[in-house]
Design a protein around this ligand. Structure first.
Ligand code: FES
Ligand SMILES: [Fe+2]
Length: 447
């Protein structure tokens, strides 16, 4: 139980009642979780019949040990990974409409975005709605097993083919328009056209669905919400790919999804995922009890990063020979530029959650977070499913009522703050600093 960078590791021992501590803002105080039912074998073990599959469980343990050395050092020195200095941000970074439009164009329409995980649409014919980036998009696994993205737009007169909103998923070999019943297969081809004679020799040609760039890589489905070049996911991830491979997202099975809302600029909400400086104050009754305040280990991988926040049992390791340290569970918060945060960690040894947060603007002052909890290696039984569902509920409650509450009030304040007002991100808030710098670079507007 001494593992600190496993953010979901239960902090059971210091407390008299069972809890699971989720990392902030994934943190949740959840006294009802039946963790005692969740022992058993590590679900991360590989299939022994597949000698080509890397032993990711072993790789995670090695990686976790490397990270833990840095965490213990920070705890011992009562320090955190720091940036070069504080970063002032003029309030316009959050409230300026022109800046927001640049973000929409260059980030939400211009960047590859995570539309879902492989496990959201595992079988041919499975599809999901991805409508948070701007246009409504259908992401469909074709009968050939390939995932493609299409505008959710009928090529007859533009009706929406699937009228449900994200996070809706469905399954169909063909999708029929609700307006006049034009029908498309799961490769996007127009295969049914009532009154076909009326459209003979149409001068604008074939009326297949409008395809958007889409690729599937490491269990992530990336979509760009505007037409253009194919997505090079390997180039987009760079050396962050090795970190993501460790958490085996291709095996994750969705358990519960929903939407969180903030009356805030999306970046104000996103900032709350990147520092542990607010644990003691904002999360005094939850993660502030179980985790160190303002101590973290940050690893940057281009515009992406990974963070670990220690729980307080790590203090027991300070001054002890490393050979005496207990076995290590991997865990951490993985940020994918520009808007996705993936937490992976164990709530009790060998029992993991994956939590995926995708933040989107609904205008300059509104945030919509698509939040999902996944069973990283499948749903082994109903007890485990129940724990995953409770993890969703507890995490959503904390994020919505604590982190997004602060974001909403703060955003309202910034709108009425003096013209020259700057917020300031401390050197100890190094991950949010990096996020803002990369966003500014991508939109071509300095901060
Ligand atoms: S708009 Fe879809 S069939 Fe007419
Ligand atoms: Fe938080």
């Amino acid at each position: 139980m001494a593992e600190m960078d496993g953010w979901l590791m239960a902090a059971l021992s210091p407390l008299t009642k069972p809890i699971v501590s989720l990392p902030c803002p994934f943190l949740a105080w959840c006294p009802q979780l039946p963790l005692s039912n969740l022992g058993g074998p590590c679900m991360a073990e590989r299939d022994p019949s597949d000698s080509l599959t890397p032993d990711w469980a072993a790789s995670r343990k090695l990686r976790a040990r490397e990270i833990r050395r840095r965490i213990v050092a920070n705890v011992a020195n009562k320090t955190t990974d720091m940036a070069d200095g504080p970063l002032p941000l003029h309030k316009s970074v959050y409230i300026d409409e022109a800046r927001f439009q640049a973000e929409r164009e260059h980030l939400f329409l211009g960047q590859p975005l995570v539309a879902g995980l492989t496990g959201d649409i595992p079988e041919p014919g499975d599809y999901l709605v991805f409508d948070a980036a701007g246009p409504s998009i259908l992401v469909i696994r074709g009968k050939d097993g390939v995932v493609r993205a299409f505008r959710n737009l009928c090529t007859h007169r533009g009706a929406k083919l699937v009228e449900q909103a994200e996070p809706f998923t469905g399954k169909a070999s063909r999708i029929s328009c609700p307006f006049h019943a034009w029908t498309f297969d799961n490769l996007g081809k127009l295969v049914g056209q009532p009154g076909k004679a009326g459209f003979a020799d149409c001068e604008i040609g074939a009326r297949d669905l409008l395809e958007l760039p889409c690729t599937e890589h490491l269990g992530l489905i990336f979509v760009r919400a505007s037409e253009g070049e194919p997505i090079d996911a390997a180039a987009h991830l760079g050396d962050f790919a090795d970190q993501l491979a460790l958490i085996e997202l291709h095996r994750a099975v969705p358990v519960k999804k929903g939407i969180l809302h903030a009356e805030s600029n999306w970046k104000f909400a996103l900032d709350t995922y990147g520092e542990g400086y607010h644990f003691a104050a904002l999360h005094a009754s939850t993660i502030g009890q179980t985790h160190y305040n303002d101590i973290s280990v940050l690893e940057r991988f281009g515009c992406h990063h990974r963070i670990s926040f220690p729980d307080k049992t790590v203090g027991d390791l300070v001054g002890r020979d490393e050979a005496e340290w207990p076995d290590t569970e991997y865990g951490g918060v993985h940020y994918l530029f520009p808007n996705t945060v993936i937490f992976f960690g164990a709530v009790t040894p060998g029992v993991y959650f994956t939590q995926v947060f995708r933040l989107f603007p609904d205008g300059v002052g509104k945030t919509r977070c698509q939040f999902g909890v996944y069973a990283p290696f499948g749903i082994i039984d109903e007890a485990y499913r129940g724990v995953c569902e409770m993890a969703y509920d507890a995490t959503a409650e904390v994020v919505q009522t604590e982190d997004y509450r602060v974001a909403s009030h703060g955003y309202a304040n910034l709108k009425t703050a003096p013209e020259d007002f700057h917020v300031v991100l401390g050197a100890n808030e190094s991950a949010p600093q990096a996020v803002h710098q990369h966003i500014a670079e991508a939109i071509g507007m300095p901060i």
